[in-house]
Ligand binder design. Sequence first.
Ligand SMILES: C[S@@+](CC[C@H](N)C(=O)[O-])C[C@H]1O[C@@H](n2cnc3c(N)ncnc32)[C@H](O)[C@@H]1O
Length: 379
Amino acid sequence: MNKYFLTCPRGLEEVTKTQISSYINEPINVDKGGVHFSGNLKDMYTINLHSRTGMRLLKNIFSFNLQQPQDLYKSIYNLDWVKFIDVSKTFSIKTKLKSNLFNNASSVSLKIKDAIVDNIRKKKGKRPFINKKNPDVGLHIFIINKTVKIYLNTTGIPLHKRGYRSKIHKAALNESIASGIILLSNWNKEDTFYDIMCGSGTLPIEASMIANRIAPGLFRNNFAFQKFDNYNKSLWRKLIDNAKNNIIFNPNINILGSDIIKDNIQLSINSSKKIGIESYIKFKVLNMNDISVVDSKGTLIINPPYGNRVGKNINLNELYKNIGDVFKKKFIGYDTYIFSGNLEAVKSVGLRSKKRIILKNGTLDCRLIYYPISSGKFN
Ligand SMILES: C[S@@+](CC[C@H](N)C(=O)[O-])C[C@H]1O[C@@H](n2cnc3c(N)ncnc32)[C@H](O)[C@@H]1O
């Protein structure tokens, strides 16, 4: 059994735990920015394939305590690095600090890199090189108070990169966050799911993958563990086959996505085709003001412009006010949600919210705000 830490966007820790709990027998413990659990090789492959809200699955390879900062180099140098980093492979180091012992993560990473390189050169006569962008071996170091924990990234590029996009929309939502938002909304799959500002279609596509039981990792073509010495190709293939057999396309599930920009809808359709779900999502070019008939109940989630990547030149207060008007006029009976990083603009929505969930979108503080729209009074 190994110890794993599955990282996720802040605010999605509980959802991450719940979503993977059907795949893991051991207890799962929530921490800030991820969940801890123990597991074997199969568990590691399974979570990389099935976690919808996780970002990187990290395997703990070393843990030790440090008394003083000067001991860092020696403690790292004394570990068995040749077991994890071949001289012909590249590596990278990311350090997170929450300790009085150090205050600069980059200089700590540099010290650790020196110790690792010196250790391997002493044993092998050659040194491995750093590749920050696309390393063969990704090391993640957490120094919390006096404890140093060293992890190996088993995922590689983060899990939100599902592999279904051919071109990226400049404001596309992170797929893990999109999935987390849908799971947080408790969308009932018997009712309509609608995103009226769908951009490149992330929310409807993730909703369709959840509803049709499509594993989020099925369309990725590389994971870091595939470069590891102990890579078990037949086990991985078996898990992929099981995941494919688990898909049940349900034609009764009603998922809709619309956007005012035609190119965005084309991106959405292209991505849905890559997954084979194009006939299960209805995408349409439509200004939200022109939406006419919708079902009497459902879940609507939108991610309007925040004003940083898109919406710089538009009046956001007016747009958000308009969103509130559309919700209360056209979506009576719906559970409506806005996911936004512009906390000032959401004040203009003018509806009473029932719940606000804090989520981090990268470094941006965002809110998922729930507005139930009931008939009669506009709340
Ligand atoms: C932040 S982006 C959404 C990104 C999307 N969640 C994704 O993952 O690609 C906001 C979207 O709102 C759309 N939009 C703005 N005004 C609109 C309107 N009146 N009706 C419909 N869509 C609109 C924009 O075209 C843009 O694609």
